[in-house]
Design a protein around this ligand. Structure first.
Ligand SMILES: Cc1cc2nc3c(=O)[nH]c(=O)nc-3n(C[C@H](O)[C@H](O)[C@H](O)COP(=O)(O)OP(=O)(O)OC[C@H]3O[C@@H](n4cnc5c(N)ncnc54)[C@H](O)[C@@H]3O)c2cc1C
Length: 504
């Protein structure tokens, strides 16, 4: 490989790759993003079916009002003016349906505390303690909110499981189910989820919730435009087969088609389990390779629906439909393809193309549920053209199961929607190269918190990592991973403070 053509090559054009690219290009670096897919964006991509646009991995975003945590990051990445955001209802941005009825979650920590107390008046003391500790935790950790620079980062103090923590407060039963019922947002049951992850994700949406008008202002385009405006270059259809390593130092990449690009630094934002496939594996310690193989969050199946001319019941909020109070059941159930009840389906929507508000008629909605690895394998085996009809049959089964579950809350859903598509983790695996189509990458661990968190640096000099498997998941978590990485690459320990200084 000749002299370096780029300062940095970033593998992957999802939010983490693009956020790193925008920052580095903004510092004057010559940056190339290489993406294996034909479209840029990773999980920020949308797709069109039957004339409607549907999201893949971004249904809603939190904390985007001026002065809120994600707003600072979006502002710094020059995204705010490129996106039309549609607010979710402040009286109930989330509706939980449990066997005894509906529970609405309002925007705002105080409103949340009051609402929980209205639903569970006998547990007012425990609710007050929970809400107080929640706010204290958020103000005691850095990076999640760039404006917070605690003297001592208290992240590890909140690394135990959310389930254990709620038990210590005496919170159990139905109240516990309501508090932890948003677990589909982090892809794991409450006894495995570190408390800090539950707190940051819940806080993000309690501050404010938005959807993106993806038709007018696609998120993936906003990211590409911001990157390219800083001189960054994106190469699509560019599968990295090998990271070139000389003297234990990354010096570039080789693509599947044989093309080579040299760089001073290489950043990999795909799933890190593939590192030993694209780098000399002997350069990693066995214990590190073992950590890369930690369990992943499950894959996700979804049904994309057009809500015809009826009033779309999720036009300004998301819903979680539980057919049980056991909010962890949907992670344990053995079968989506078989006859087990689903346990939980999550439904979200996109704004109407014609309007900046979500109006009735032809709203795109998506209903999602998790699927385990055994069933993923069955789907994936048939996801080849050789047995595509069997794959279609399985997709139909999933679609019927999910629609059937929706009738618990929307009894006439079958007549109100037109089915546009059904997707499975096999689809995600193909478009974003995630093992078993995992939704949120490597599962975080309440038992062994640090084992499931990764440093952006690797044993190979000038090879770095970012992405949802490295730190926390979601758009917010993935951006934080990339800012942390850039702070290291640029040798700028003031980067978070600079982001916090972003003006209105
Ligand atoms: C169904 C679903 C719904 C979600 N909903 C939300 C939501 O509403 N809000 C929210 O905040 N988060 C949501 N998330 C999570 C969020 O989408 C992810 O955490 C985040 O987008 C991950 O970004 P990433 O850059 O780490 O990974 P990705 O978006 O997967 O990007 C990685 C990119 O790297 C590319 N790549 C990998 N290997 C190679 C290679 N060898 N060569 C070239 N390219 C390569 C892939 O093709 C991919 O484009 C959702 C996730 C899922 C699955």
């Amino acid at each position: 490989m000749g002299s370096s053509q780029f300062d940095t090559i970033i593998v992957g054009s999802g939010i983490s790759g693009m956020a790193a690219g925008i920052i580095l290009a903004g510092y004057g670096e010559k940056v190339l993003v290489v993406e294996q897919h034909t479209i840029a964006g990773g999980l920020t991509q949308t797709y069109t079916r039957k004339g409607s646009v549907f999201p893949t991995g971004v249904h809603r975003l939190g904390s985007l009002n001026p002065g809120q945590s994600l707003w600072y990051y979006f502002k710094y990445l020059d995204l705010m003016d490129r996106l039309e955001l549609v607010p979710l209802s402040s009286e109930g941005f989330e509706h939980f349906f449990f066997p005894s009825g509906k529970y609405k979650i309002p925007v705002g920590h105080d409103a949340y505390r009051k609402q929980l107390t209205t639903y569970f008046p006998d547990e007012a003391n425990a609710i007050n303690r929970y809400c107080k500790e929640f706010r204290k935790a958020i103000s005691g950790i850095g990076m999640y909110d760039p404006c917070v620079t605690p003297e001592k980062n208290r992240m590890l103090e909140y690394s135990g499981s959310v389930d254990e923590y709620l038990n210590t407060l005496g919170i159990s039963g139905h109240l516990k189910s309501l508090i932890t019922g948003n677990n589909p947002l982090y892809g794991m049951p409450s006894f495995e989820c570190p408390l800090i992850m539950h707190f940051t994700i819940s806080d993000s949406y309690l501050n404010s919730g938005f959807r993106i008008n993806e038709v007018k202002t696609p998120f993936s385009k906003a990211l590409s435009d911001s990157f390219q405006a800083r001189g960054g270059r994106i190469k699509l259809n560019a599968m990295v087969k090998q990271v070139c390593v000389k003297d234990k130092t990354a010096v570039g990449v080789i693509l599947e088609n044989g093309e080579q690009f040299g760089a001073e630094k290489v950043v990999f934002s795909g799933h890190p389990v593939y590192l030993p496939d694209i780098c000399p594996p002997e350069l990693f310690r066995p214990v590190y390779l073992k950590r890369l193989n930690r369990p992943n969050t499950p894959g996700i199946c979804g049904v994309a629906m057009k809500w015809k001319n009826e009033v779309c019941p999720v036009k300004d909020h998301d819903v979680y439909i539980y057919d049980t109070w056991d909010v962890d059941y949907h992670y344990r159930r053995s079968s989506v393809l078989g006859n087990d009840p689903l346990g939980m389906v999550y439904v979200s929507a996109l704004p109407n193309p014609q309007s900046s508000a979500i109006q009735d008629g032809n709203v795109s909605a998506t209903a999602l549920t998790a699927i385990n690895d055994i069933e993923y394998k069955k789907l994936a085996e048939n996801y080849s053209n050789s047995n595509y009809s069997e794959y279609q049959r399985m997709k139909e089964k999933v679609t019927h199961k999910i629609l059937d579950h929706l009738t618990i809350v929307f009894p006439d859903v079958i007549n109100q929607v037109e089915i546009a598509d059904c997707y499975t983790p096999a689809t995600f695996q193909r478009y974003t190269l995630t093992p078993n189509g995992t939704g949120y990458g490597i599962k975080k661990s309440a038992r062994n918190f640090m084992a499931a968190m990764f440093s952006p640096a690797t044993k190979i000099r000038n090879l770095f990592l970012t992405g949802q498997s490295i730190g926390f998941n979601g758009i917010h978590g993935s951006i934080v991973s990339s800012v942390r990485l850039c702070s290291l690459l640029l040798g700028d320990d003031q980067l978070f403070k600079k982001i916090a200084g972003t003006q209105n």
